[in-house]
Design a protein around this ligand. Structure first.
Ligand SMILES: Cc1ncc(COP(=O)(O)O)c(C=O)c1O
Length: 399
């Protein structure tokens, strides 16, 4: 046993100050952009939000983009704009955040959850194919941790069966697959700009696509169902008269948030490079730790490194994952778990009847996985503190 006592037992923690698992990077340029928008008098949806949609589309190789107030909204709008509803089935991954599954239910369609590839934790295309029925209308691929799903297989599979392919790219803004940007790999793609995502608007997201009529339907649905350019009705270009053509939603992004997003987008190359460098440093420093498996990065991917997830070799440890994370927290290292598989949450288990036996990979990986801190503001010394804390905790918990 190591001479150094664990912090939880009264020893000195590896670092004095708590290192959160995720933090946004917001600087002077962002503050200035938000201030200017505040002073412009146009704070809600307007020219900045339109501009952000355009810029995000251009950045991700798509022809059209609609900035909205969350990835959840973008996913929901996509399904609705394809006319998906009661009687239809939508297939997605159990390895995701609840919103991917919830939006399917909000359309009235049937949610079909499938298991994942054990290496990437992205959709297993063979399981997707096995789940297709005559009622299937769409597949939602989730780019877990910032690594694109296997679109080489999913794209032709969806084409063969006449299915829409929606990318839940909440984690993968700026990622590429075979050098093609996320944004060009599916019929439509939903990005998240939530507080800790690769770029942020506080809360926000964007739907991008090459299909203009589809995006126009999504746009109408995003603002109460008011016919085109609803936001202009308070400007000199607008008029008081409008028509509601469908009962829509309130998914529009404010210009305040969009101004923040436009400034963040300028900094994306810096953010992307830093996330990649942190992942490489973890890869190098953790290579020696055989009680922990590092994340698999497919050589076809430019990984966005939204998350850096590792897996414990529980059979060789005296503690479970929950205790291990408690010990790390006492050493002042923040962690989290991505994800609690959707099928394990009470609603999906009890009301929808999903069963663990149908998800052998997710069931096996879930007890062992957790997420280490990764964000551009982290220094190399922060990364080394995380590694030092892991080494210390392993010294006290290995069998
Ligand atoms: C995989 C995935 N999909 C969708 C979302 C929803 O994103 P938002 O918070 O922008 O609605 C998240 C949020 O973390 C996510 O992780």
């Amino acid at each position: 046993m190591s001479a150094e006592a664990l912090a939880i037992d009264g020893g000195a923690p590896v670092r004095a100050k708590f290192l959160p698992v995720a933090l946004p990077s917001v600087g002077e340029a962002e503050k200035q952009a938000v201030l200017e928008t505040l002073e412009s008098g146009w704070v809600t949806t307007g020219p900045k939000a339109i501009e952000l949609g355009r810029r995000i589309a251009a950045h991700s190789g798509a022809a059209h983009g609609l900035a909205v107030n969350s990835a959840t909204g973008a996913l929901h709008l996509a399904l609705l704009a394809w006319g998906i509803g009661p009687g239809d089935e939508v297939i997605t991954s159990t390895w995701t955040f609840a919103s991917t599954a919830n939006v399917v239910l909000h359309t009235g369609a049937t949610l079909v959850l499938v298991d994942v590839d054990p290496k990437t934790l992205n959709l297993d295309p063979a399981r997707v194919e096995a789940a297709i029925t005559p009622r299937t209308k769409a597949v939602i691929a989730v780019d877990f941790a910032g690594q694109p799903a296997d679109y080489d297989v999913l794209r032709p599979l969806c084409d063969r069966h006449g299915l829409k392919l929606l990318a839940d790219a909440a984690h993968s803004f700026g990622a590429r697959w075979n050098d093609r940007p996320v944004g060009t790999l599916a019929d439509a793609t939903a990005f998240s700009f939530y507080a800790i995502k690769n770029i942020t608007t506080g809360e926000g997201g964007c739907l991008v696509t090459g299909d203009q009529p589809f995006l126009e339907r999504a746009q109408v649905l995003s603002l109460h169902g008011i016919s085109k350019d609803a936001w202009k009705r308070y400007s000199s270009a607008g008029a008081w008269y409008y028509e509601v053509t469908v009962p829509g939603f309130k998914y529009n992004l404010t210009d305040l948030a969009a101004a923040l997003g436009l400034a963040q987008l300028e900094r994306w190359p810096e953010f992307d490079a830093r996330r990649g460098a942190i992942a490489r440093r973890y890869d190098e420093r953790l290579a020696e730790l055989d009680l922990l498996a590092r994340p698999y990065a497919d050589p076809r991917a430019h990984h966005a490194w939204h998350l850096y997830t590792v897996r414990l070799d529980l059979e060789r440890l005296t503690v479970d994952r929950a205790r291990f994370l408690e010990l790390l927290k006492a050493e002042n290292i923040g962690t989290t778990v991505n994800f609690i598989p959707v099928h394990k949450h009470p609603y999906y288990r009890d009301a929808l009847g999903f069963r663990p036996d149908d998800f052998p990979v997710a069931e096996r990986v879930y007890p062992a996985i957790f997420t280490l801190p990764i964000y551009p503001r982290m220094t190399d010394a922060d990364v080394d503190d995380v590694v030092a804390a892991l080494v210390k905790v392993f010294a006290h918990t290995k069998r």
